[in-house]
Write a protein of this length. Structure first.
Length: 97
């Protein structure tokens, strides 16, 4: 579980990032979760955009992806979700304690 201090730090790191995945009409599926897992292993911090035509609620989308990819939800802002997961091999982000 992330502390509020760690979330603040990650939000500032994620500010300049562009969303690298979009969740649309198809919703969350195994393929999307696997791609998010791989991206988090490579980058540790990513943004996912929820499109207008997505039938699921953005909070549900965030929970589904976080559960499937074993990631932390940093924030849901507008239609964008920020995820964090510590990389096993390419650790670059040092969280404050």
């Amino acid at each position: 579980m992330l502390t509020s201090k760690q979330k603040r730090y990650l939000k500032s790191k994620a500010h300049h990032l562009k969303p690298i995945f979009q969740v649309g009409k198809g919703g969350v599926n195994k393929n999307l979760i696997q791609q998010v897992w791989d991206a988090l292993e490579a980058r540790e911090l990513i943004k996912v955009s929820v499109l207008q035509n997505c039938e699921e609620d953005k909070e549900e989308v965030a929970e589904s992806i976080a559960d499937g990819a074993k990631a932390h939800i940093v924030q849901v802002i507008g239609n964008t979700i920020v995820f964090y997961k510590e990389s096993r091999e390419k650790k670059t982000i040092e969280l404050p304690s």
